[in-house]
Structure formats: structure tokens, C-alpha cells
Design a protein around this ligand. Structure first.
Ligand SMILES: Nc1ncnc2c1ncn2[C@@H]1O[C@H](COP(=O)(O)OP(=O)(O)OP(=O)(O)O)[C@@H](O)[C@H]1O
Length: 508
């Protein structure tokens, strides 16, 4: 180690003396070599060596040393001379640092997606056309390292998920609907109480950090009155937060955030929410209300209610709806035989059947003990609960089946010809707690293929909700950890006041 440091010192000394020597003519050549992943060339061979002992160290070894030194020291080293700067700015090095920056706990794919597609903030048009620009991960690392973190709130209509952008997942949940009334048409005082409660629970001062929050999928239509209602909701949210001295606010639609969490900028988001299911076409991050958002009148509450009905029909006794909900969502252990070996496996008690009629013929009986309530044994109720998404009449709901509603939305997308890319709506992203029912993505894809004409169903993909009920929260986390956050995404108090003043003046 001492020897190595001596070599480094000698090399630095020589470089400092020759600092004005030009290395720039070799830049392109160097980059070309760096693209070779197994390069073991020495700096001298690249024409970057200036005579120091350290220059005889192969470039790959140099990078290994930088990896050991860490991002801070590497950044310092880069100011020694141009040739070292070139080595230090090698993307491979900063990809390594970003991948190991575990406090953000974000999958690498999400980091790349965000930096590539969402850099320029909202709306996304600019970034779509600038995809060919090569990213500098050194720059990205530097900007991300300066972020102090932010508060993320996904105020769902049933449950609110809140937490800190540097945590792996939301730190808490609270019942939005029950505690704060109808969040779709909130009053100033209710919203203020809502946000104050969340900040209290998080033990964070509102004035300290920016906030990313999801705006509920509501006022779906493209009419003037729906537009006015959406504007009013957003303005009330901004007013409340800026009155609480929050420094910067990013308020985005719940479906858009869920789409980002699935690493997509275009597609159809199917959010199976607390009371309703929304089918939201989104093109380059923008909700296409002019194409049409479909809304079905059943969500998690309806499924729980239907399972309760089925259990009552079988004369099962249970204490409360919580018991039923537990049964709807619980995992059970079962013994399986794989290649003549017995193994213990986990599966959901309730699920969606790929083929409903065929499932009715099978023995699907399984049991679970709810603590304090006793043993419950379900058989066909296990898949009949989720079946009402496709056959709503079974549950007494007069609405379209999920596949028909998604198919209809696809027809509208195709007919609208809003873009020359006719495949943008073929990716269906599932979101919301109920979308976690196993078998749902496969069943929806199967039904869509059967329902749509072949020309349209070709290339369809239904993506399961990687983050379940927390999809929008994770979309918010992705944005708040980006190198261009908060400037590209947030509105500040001053900007909001100026905007309000301008619209006040123009309304005169
Ligand atoms: N693994 C699961 N399987 C089935 N249902 C689940 C699962 N996890 C959560 N749920 C259901 O999802 C519901 C909550 O969903 P979610 O948090 O997405 O709703 P929300 O965001 O409050 O509603 P909205 O999207 O309408 O604003 C709960 O009522 C719960 O019953």
C-alpha cells in the first residue's frame, strides 16, 4: 500500500508540473478504449501517460483503485489533470458507485429509466426526443448526492401511504377516506388537517423538505366542469402546502406515478382502487382524458363485501369485515411435491382463475386460521371473489367486465390517432392493492386476446404491480431521487403566487 501511495504521489507531482500540457487530442481515443470492458491498457499506451510510475498501472486497475477510494476521493482526484479527469469520468465507475449507493435502495433499472426518460421534468416531451444524448453518470451521481430527501405522500381514496424518499418503502399508512372525508372534493381545512397529521406522524417540519404527492384519479371527464374541478383540487393542495411553508411541491396524477414506477411513460394504467377501478390511458406521462378514462364501479371494498356474502351463504361465523379482508389477502403455507421432493410453499388464499369454468371442477379447498377467530376453510370462494372483476353481475354490480373496459379503452386509443406510434396503448400496467391478486395479469391478458381483434391484440402485455398498493408512492420516490429534482419537477411558493396572480389578472 505504501509503495502504491508513493507511486501515486510521484505521478501527481509530475502531473501538477505538467498541468498545462494538453491531453485533449487524446480524449476521443481514450473514450474508445474505455468502451472495451476488459481493457487492461496502461495510460502510457493511450498516450495519456506523462512519465510518472503510476502511469504504468493498467487503466482497469486504476479504476479498481478508484472504486476502493470511493466517490468523494475519485471526484477529488479528477482535478489533478485532464487525463485523470477522463479516467474518473468513465461511466463504468459511476455506475458502480450508483449501484452501491444503498441508502437510496432503488433498483438500478429504475435509476436508468428515470434519468433517461424523466430528466427534463413534466411534461416529458423534451426527454423523449433527447434520448440519444449520452448520460454522464458522474454528473448524475453528483447531483443525486446533493439531494436532501423529500416527503412522499400517496393520498389514495382509501389509504394514504407516506414516507421518506430515502427509505426503502413507505414508513406509514393511514385511512384517508375515513379520517378526512372525501378527498376528491376536499375543503381547505380538511386538507390542512390531513397534511398536518402526516407531517406529525413523520415527525418532520413541513418547511424543511420538498414534497411529492399523488393527486387522486378523479374528475375523469374532458369537460370544462371536470377541468375546473381538477384545477381547483390542485390549487387547494398547493395553497395548503405553501401556507404550511413547504418549500417546493410536485403534485402528479396517481396513475402517472404508478406508470413511472413500472418504468413506462406510455400505456394504460388499470388502478383497482378502494371503491372504483380506473382505466387511464397515458401518453408520454400525460393522462389522455380526450381519449377517455374508463371507470368501473367496483374496487377493493366490493371484493371484500362479495367474499363476506359467500362466507355468509356457507354459514361461516366471523367477527368483522377485517377477518374477511384478512382472508382475501392472506398467504397460506402448503406442501408441494416437486420431482418427488416434498417442499413447503407459500400461496395466496384468494386468487384469480385463468379459466373460471375449469377451476370450478377442481378441488381448491384450503384453510387458514385467523388469530382470535379460528379456522376458516374456503374452496371455490377463493377464486370467485376475484371473478367479479370479470363477471361483475355475479356480485350484483351492473358494470362492464374489466377486460371489456380495457378493450374499449384500447379501441378509443387506436381510433384517436393521437400519435403515429400505434403500440403505445398496448402495455397495460396494473396498480392498486387488489391488483396483487395472483393470476390477475394472466387472466386479463388472456381475456383481452380473446376479446380484441388479432390486429389489435398483437403485442399486448399486462404488467403485474411490482409495488402493489404502493405503486404511486414508488413512482414519487423515483422522481424525488432524480438528479434533476426538485427544479425540473416542483413548483415553489413564489412560482405558485406568480401563477395565481397572472390567472387572476387574465380573468379580469
Ligand atoms: N395482496 C392483496 N390482495 C388483495 N387485495 C389487497 C391486497 N393488498 C391490499 N389489498 C386491498 O387493496 C385495498 C387498498 O388498495 P389501495 O391502497 O390501492 O387503494 P387506495 O389507493 O386507497 O384507493 P384509490 O386508488 O381508489 O385511491 C385494500 O382495501 C385491500 O383490501
Amino acid at each position: 500500500m505504501a509503495k502504491l501511495l508513493k507511486k501515486v504521489f510521484e505521478s501527481v507531482k509530475i502531473r501538477c508540473n505538467n498541468n498545462n500540457n494538453s491531453c485533449s487530442s487524446n480524449l476521443n481515443e481514450t473514450n474508445r478504449w474505455f468502451m472495451k470492458s476488459d481493457s487492461c491498457l496502461e495510460l502510457e499506451e493511450l498516450g495519456l501517460g506523462l512519465g510518472g510510475e503510476f502511469d504504468r498501472i493498467p487503466v482497469d486497475l486504476f479504476i479498481q483503485i478508484l472504486k476502493l477510494l470511493g466517490p468523494k476521493e475519485s471526484a477529488r482526484i479528477s482535478i489533478v489533470c485532464k487525463s485523470w479527469r477522463i479516467i474518473v469520468s468513465d461511466n463504468r465507475l459511476w455506475i458502480y458507485f450508483l449501484q452501491n449507493q444503498n441508502q437510496l435502495q432503488q433498483p438500478w433499472d429504475s435509476i436508468v429509466f428515470a434519468e433517461k426518460h424523466l430528466r427534463s421534468g413534466y411534461p416529458l416531451f423534451q426527454s423523449i426526443y433527447n434520448q440519444s444524448i449520452q448520460l454522464s453518470f458522474m454528473h448524475i451521481y453528483g447531483q443525486r448526492a446533493q439531494l436532501n430527501g423529500s416527503v412522499i405522500i400517496d393520498g389514495g381514496s382509501g389509504y394514504c401511504k407516506f414516507g421518506w424518499s430515502k427509505y426503502a418503502s413507505p414508513s406509514g399508512r393511514s385511512a384517508t377516506f375515513l379520517e378526512f372525508g372525501n378527498i376528491e372534493s376536499p375543503m381547505y381545512s380538511r386538507l390542512r388537517h390531513f397534511f398536518a397529521t402526516i407531517y406529525n406522524r413523520m415527525q418532520v417540519k413541513p418547511s424543511k423538505y420538498p414534497i411529492v404527492l399523488s393527486v387522486p384519479i378523479c374528475h375523469y371527464d374532458d369537460t370544462e366542469s371536470a377541468k375546473a374541478a381538477r384545477r381547483q383540487l390542485k390549487e387547494t393542495i398547493y395553497s395548503v402546502l405553501f401556507d404550511m411553508n413547504v418549500p417546493a411541491v410536485c403534485a402528479l396524477n396517481q396513475a402517472t406515478l404508478a406508470l413511472f414506477a413500472a418504468r413506462r411513460v406510455s400505456g394504460i394504467v388499470v388502478n383497482i382502487g378502494f371503491h372504483v377501478t380506473s382505466i387511464v390511458p397515458i401518453l408520454r406521462g400525460k393522462v389522455m382524458r380526450e381519449v377517455g378514462v374508463e371507470v368501473l364501479g367496483q374496487g377493493a371494498v366490493k371484493l371484500t363485501g362479495y367474499l363476506r356474502e359467500l362466507m355468509q351463504q356457507k354459514n361461516m361465523n366471523f367477527g368483522s369485515l377485517y377477518t374477511v379482508r384478512t382472508l382475501k389477502e392472506v398467504f397460506i403455507l402448503f406442501v408441494s411435491v416437486v420431482k418427488s421432493v416434498f417442499c413447503l410453499c407459500l400461496e395466496n388464499l384468494c386468487y384469480v382463475a385463468t379459466d373460471y369454468e375449469a377451476e370450478l371442477q377442481k378441488d381448491t379447498q384450503a384453510s387458514f386460521t385467523v388469530p382470535g377467530e379460528g379456522l376458516f376453510t374456503l374452496s371455490k370462494e377463493r377464486f370467485q371473489t376475484g371473478e367479479i372483476l370479470f363477471q361483475p353481475r355475479m356480485g350484483g354490480v351492473l358494470t362492464m367486465g374489466l377486460h371489456r373496459a380495457v378493450g374499449l379503452c384500447m379501441h378509443h386509443c387506436q381510433a384517436s390517432e393521437v400519435t403515429c406510434d400505434d403500440g403505445w396503448f398496448k402495455t397495460v400496467v396494473l396498480a392498486g392493492g387488489t391488483a396483487c391478486l395472483p393470476g390477475l395479469p394472466e387472466r386479463l391478458e388472456k381475456e383481452l386476446r380473446a376479446y380484441l381483434p388479432t390486429s389489435m391484440s398483437e403485442g399486448i402485455r399486462v404488467i403485474p404491480p411490482q409495488y402493489g398498493a404502493e405503486s404511486a408512492w414508488f413512482g414519487g420516490k423515483m422522481i424525488s431521487n432524480m438528479s434533476t429534482f426538485p427544479d425540473a419537477w416542483c413548483m415553489t411558493k413564489n412560482q405558485f403566487r406568480q401563477k395565481s396572480r397572472r390567472s387572476f389578472i387574465s380573468s379580469w
